[in-house]
Design a protein around this ligand. Structure first.
Ligand code: SF4
Length: 263
């Protein structure tokens, strides 16, 4: 079983972005994935042939023991951890230093080269925090990727954004641009593009609530978990949800494949 296994570590966040798929916010329901379970899932994933891990939330770095958990997980499989980059204090960076040299990337959200555009979507002063964090993460030896979520990104806006990430030492191979997906808070605001399972690559995703088809599956709308992309509530052993996903893949008509290229 090739590919990446996604783990949602938590659903709360210090921000509350306009298009957030999980309606994350400081007081959102946390839906915590037990760190010990995360490590067991990573071991099972490696044994099943998964080739990497994705760690997401919510904001994973709100978890007090995340640096140590990342170190354990990165000892099992290469990983990318998604973050809003607003929590990297000197103390936290020092705790992340052991990750240098491991196959770990921190994927940071940055939606525009213009602070007011980025901050209007995400949070006041977010642009400045992100621009400050990137060189600091790179200085301690971590690979930084940038993810841009955009409803409309014109050629000139994209060129300015790419010039900015290159100036920060992040190459084109580490910049991903994806559309706003009409789920979660984006759906409530009428933002983004509607998606179905057919638009989303099969990427097994485990949360405290179950196993989902894609990291775009376990979204939250009006406080309730979306279950249209739920594969099974059973997450362990991992071979069970993996088999459930394979059955769906095998049941698809030939040629029907993800068309949106969201990740
Ligand atoms: S999009 Fe990310 S940073 Fe923004 S509220 Fe949601 S989880 Fe937090």
């Amino acid at each position: 079983m090739a590919g990446r296994l996604w783990l949602y570590t938590n659903y709360h966040c210090n921000l509350a972005c306009t298009y957030c798929l999980t309606e994350s916010a400081p007081r959102a329901r946390r839906r915590l994935l037990d760190p010990e379970v995360a490590v067991e899932l990573a071991r099972e994933a490696a044994a099943l042939g998964f080739t990497s891990l994705g760690i997401t939330g919510g904001e994973p770095f709100l978890l007090p023991r995340l640096p140590e958990l990342l170190r354990q997980l990165a000892g099992i499989l290469p990983l990318v951890v998604l973050s809003n980059a607003t929590l990297f204090t000197d103390r936290l960076l020092a705790r992340l230093t052991p990750l240098a040299g491991m196959d770990v990337a921190v994927q940071i959200s940055l939606d525009s080269a213009e602070a007011e555009v980025n901050d209007g979507l995400r949070a006041e002063h977010n642009f400045a925090a992100v621009i400050a964090a990137i060189p600091r993460l790179r200085d301690i030896g971590l690979r930084v990727r940038i993810a841009t979520t955009a409803e409309h990104l014109g050629d000139q806006a994209r060129a300015r954004l790419c010039a900015l990430h290159r100036s920060l030492g992040v190459g084109d191979e580490d910049h991903v641009v994806r559309p706003v997906v009409r789920r979660g808070r984006a759906a409530g605001r009428g933002m983004g593009v509607p998606v179905t399972a057919a638009d989303l690559p099969a990427e097994l995703t485990i949360t405290a609530d179950g196993a989902f088809w894609s990291p775009f599956g376990p979204t939250v709308r009006d406080g309730r978990l979306d279950t249209d992309l739920l594969l099974t509530r059973t997450t362990r052993p991992l071979s069970l949800p993996a088999a459930a996903m394979l059955r769906v893949v095998e049941g698809r008509p030939p040629g029907e494949d993800a068309s949106l290229g969201i990740r």
